[in-house]
Design a binder for this molecule. Structure first.
Ligand SMILES: [Zn+2]
Length: 260
């Protein structure tokens, strides 16, 4: 695996992270992703080339708008940095294959879901529905086109659909019992996670998300940052599960199989 390609894909991840920031900013508000061009939300000044270099502009401008001094959220930097890191990991894992491209795509989708849920406590249908359709298409190609390896080999269309349906029904029951704790957005998100991971990976995706969410909920309650009645954005944690599971799928599946 060449060092040049590794650097190229990491930089591509950082640049795409910059676009993911636009999605995170605009999708919850129902705004267009392409127009208007990037501008400061505080002073509306259009951003020049130097204000728009991912990661570097944030560090260079010390997190402030060059024109009005308004604070730029640290999330802008984090999303670019993490997306670059995920592309690096995915390329290290899968090399120049279709599985790399698909893993990178799902990292992007879940990054947007994670940060929108964190900031707005919303999981948008405009993301989950198209993502589900794409996931089913990938599964179908992976299962029925000879030689096409798009996912971990264990994943099949039937397997993915059953995983998605099982999770959807389980979380739907939770929503019926505790509508204050979970919403339909979470229900559709776990169905997507089922389609993207398939069994057995989906078990690990869910465990990672649920354990992370549980730890953070306990810490927030213990430090009294949140009360018992506050809503916790579980989508933020559930979305981390499939990212980790997809990148470390071979280790996870080997470890799982070693028990049988
Ligand atoms: Zn400004």
């Amino acid at each position: 695996m060449s060092i040049q390609l590794t650097i190229l894909f990491t930089l591509a991840g950082i640049a795409i992270g910059s676009f993911l920031n636009v999605c995170i900013d605009r999708l919850p508000l129902g705004k267009s992703l392409v127009s208007p061009p990037s501008h400061c939300d505080a002073c509306q000044h259009r951003l020049g080339l130097l204000d728009n270099i991912p990661i570097f502009s944030y560090l260079f401008l010390r997190g402030r708008c060059r024109y009005c001094g308004a604070h730029i959220p640290i999330r802008v930097f984090l999303v670019e940095f993490i997306t670059g890191g995920l592309f690096l990991l995915a390329f290290w894992r899968y090399g120049l294959t279709a599985q790399f491209g698909i893993t990178a795509l799902w990292c992007c989708v879940f990054m947007v879901i994670i940060f929108i849920d964190k900031e707005h406590k919303l999981i948008l249908n405009v993301i989950t529905y198209p993502a589900m359709v794409i996931a089913v298409v990938f599964l179908a190609i992976h299962t029925y086109v000879p030689g096409a390896v798009l996912m971990p080999p264990e994943a099949t269309l039937i397997n993915g659909l059953i995983s998605a349906a099982a999770l959807f029904i389980f979380f739907f029951l939770i929503v019926l019992i505790r509508p204050d704790a979970m919403g339909m957005g979470d229900t559709k998100l776990v169905a997507l996670i089922g389609l993207v991971s398939g069994f057995p990976l989906v078990v690990f995706s869910m465990i990672i998300g649920i354990v992370l969410g549980g730890i953070v909920a306990v810490v927030l309650l213990a430090t009294r940052k949140k009360g018992r009645k506050d809503v916790i954005a579980y989508g933020t944690f559930l979305g981390i599960g499939p990212i980790v599971a997809l990148i470390f799928a071979p280790e996870i599946i080997n470890w799982y199989l070693s028990y049988f």
